[in-house]
Design a protein around this ligand. Structure first.
Ligand code: SUO
Ligand code: CP
Length: 312
């Protein structure tokens, strides 16, 4: 079965990016491919872009779309094998995943981490549970550890705006009042490893990402040094990985400003906290690509759904 669970499920990043850019010119080219096919979007967490862009992508391919806020509207699921279900969980993932599969041809899932127990989050019980027991392909719409649809949209955006063959791309940590997941930063890093680019990650000490993911990446603790001559600056907050799920500090010296950005293009997956993560002048200026990134979410989802439909 052809699941799309992580950046590793992108067969060829340059080919998929090219295909997405072509599709963007003619989004209805494959409007018959999804005829009488249904995608079921299950949300355990909030969303604006992922929900609407994935729905739009499916509609462009002629698919039917069913959406459910699973976290608030369905039964609380059990994931443990062999558990005695006499506590708060009402239905096992084994039945739920098989049942959902009978109503659709593809199931897409958003399930964020709790950010309390690293081992539990890394086990990806929701996404992996569905991937194990569903009888249809599963798509990751942001899980505990990855957001591959976002990374693919970011690759499309980079390709559309790159000024040179080997751009300098900086992933810069930013302050945030809440403890946020590592998923976006993880998938962006994994995607950048597949690019011909000078890639640098910058963050305060203590905010190191999973070393398995950043292995081989340049890490620079001095933000100013990292940002020098950058072509693209991707800003994102994440909570500590080593001191798992903790907000160590909210140092506003790391907020992205127009002055720090210089001539570089600004990127962020959204939603973004204005004047905490990034100052107004950047978002309201000409170098912000955030709205383009959000548009490209449609085409990253459309490429993924198209590949899956073609393999059904
Ligand atoms: N899907 C894009 C980002 C989702 C999530 N951000 C958030 O939860 C921000 C919420 C807030 O700012 O209250 C994250 O960082 O992974
Ligand atoms: N970028 C992104 O995934 O946005 P939503 O959380 O609004 O879907």
């Amino acid at each position: 079965m052809r699941h799309f669970l992580s950046v590793n499920d992108i067969e060829s990043l340059p080919d998929w990016v090219d295909e997405a850019i072509t599709l963007k010119q003619n989004p209805y080219q494959f409007e018959d491919l999804g005829k009488r096919k249904t995608v079921c979007l299950l949300f355990f967490n909030n969303s604006l872009r992922t929900r609407l862009s994935t729905q739009k992508a499916a509609m462009n391919l002629g698919m039917e779309v069913m959406i459910m806020n699973f976290g608030s509207e369905s039964w609380v699921l059990e994931y443990q094998d062999g558990s005695v279900m006499d506590q708060g969980t009402s239905e096992h993932i084994k039945e739920a995943a098989q049942v959902v599969s009978q109503y659709c041809d593809i199931v897409a899932i958003r399930a964020f981490p709790d950010l309390k127990d690293r081992e539990k989050d890394e086990a990806e019980e929701v996404l992996s549970g569905f991937a194990e027991y569903a009888t249809v392909p599963v798509v990751n719409m942001e899980s505990s550890t990855g957001h591959p649809l976002q990374a693919l949209a970011d690759a499309i955006t980079l390709a559309e705006h790159t000024p040179k063959a080997r751009p300098k791309v900086v992933l810069s940590w930013a302050p945030h009042p809440k403890a946020l997941p590592h998923a976006v930063a993880n998938s962006f890093t994994q995607m950048m490893k597949l690019q011909d680019a000078e890639f640098i990650i910058t963050h305060p000490k203590g905010y190191e990402l999973n070393p398995k993911i950043t292995q081989g990446c340049q890490i620079e603790y001095n933000q100013e040094k990292a940002l020098k001559d950058a072509d693209f600056v991707y800003v994102k907050n994440w909570s500590s990985y080593t001191n798992y799920g903790k907000v160590l500090h909210q140092d506003l010296n790391w907020t992205m400003t127009q002055q720090k950005l210089g001539q570089a293009k600004f990127m962020h997956c959204l939603p973004v906290r204005r004047n905490v993560v990034v100052e107004d002048a950047v978002l309201d200026g000409n170098n912000s690509l955030v709205i383009n990134q959000a548009l490209n979410r449609t085409f990253s989802a459309q490429i993924v759904l198209k590949k899956i439909l073609e393999a059904l």
